[in-house]
Design a binder for this molecule. Structure first.
Ligand code: T5A
Length: 211
């Protein structure tokens, strides 16, 4: 028995975490055993790596260190959480996975995609999602959501969120290229609408994937 592996992807402020929660609640209410996790994170070591990646003090990781830290966190999560859950027949819903590395470190930072694919394959030991929901938002919509969240939670954007407009444009275009190259797995959803609108598309896409 093998479970199913669903990932959510997108740029900053696309609303992934909101939809991950809705999907997990829905699947559990339907009687499906679901493991929900996120990247980077999801194990003790991977959460420590997350804290290192988010550390705002001096000596931020260079592009290659950043890549290696994301991959180290992923290797740990795949080995200790995702593979065992899938082998036990559970569904796994993960907030970001390999496509974030291709988009952020590849299209965003400019590291070579060929290198990233080989290294990522090594880190994941070949594991790829069955279905990826790519939430696409316009930059102005994403900016407004981030601004509102910062005001509501009294927080400021982090190192990666502050990477600049050109970076975020490359990121969005990169995600679209990834989706165009793998349309069977990566489904692009318009995420500019309300949480309810986006949820309807998420549900429809998941239902269609295993109809
Ligand atoms: N990263 C990650 C890499 O560079 N390489 C990698 O390999 C990986 C795995 C992770 C960072 O690491 C980078 C990407 C990221 O920069 P994170 O803190 O986990 O950092 O950040 P995100 O994954 O971007 O998650 P966020 O929680 O910040 O954003 P989400 O999940 O897109 O959005 P969400 O749901 O929290 O919503 C954001 C705000 O908008 C509102 C929400 O209430 C919230 O306030 N909202 C909506 N408002 C209006 N309409 C909707 N439809 C809305 N949906 C949500």
């Amino acid at each position: 028995m093998k479970g199913r592996f669903i990932t959510f992807e997108g740029g900053e402020g696309c609303g992934k975490s909101t939809q991950v929660k809705r999907l997990v609640d829905h699947l559990r209410a339907s009687g499906i055993e679901v493991v929900v996790t996120r990247e980077p994170g999801g194990t003790r070591l991977a959460e420590l790596i997350r804290a290192l990646l988010k550390d705002e003090r001096e000596d931020p990781p260079c592009d290659r260190s950043e890549l290696l830290l994301f991959l180290a966190a992923r290797a740990q999560l795949v080995r200790n959480v995702i593979r065992p859950a899938l082998s036990a027949g559970k569904w796994v819903v993960c907030d970001r996975f390999s496509d974030s590395t291709f988009a952020y470190q590849g299209y965003g930072r400019g590291l070579r995609l060929d290198d990233l694919r080989r290294m990522n394959d090594f880190a994941c030991d070949g594991l790829a999602p069955d279905l990826t929901l790519l939430l696409d938002v316009r930059p102005d919509v994403a900016c407004e959501r981030m601004r509102r969240r910062e005001a509501a939670t009294n927080t400021v954007s982090d190192r990666i969120e502050q990477a600049g407009d050109a970076f975020h444009q490359r990121l969005r275009a990169g995600f679209m290229e990834l989706a165009a190259a793998d349309p069977g797995r990566i489904k692009v959803l318009d995420a500019n609408g309300s949480p309810d609108d986006v949820w309807r598309s998420v549900l429809e896409t998941v239902n269609k994937a295993w109809a």
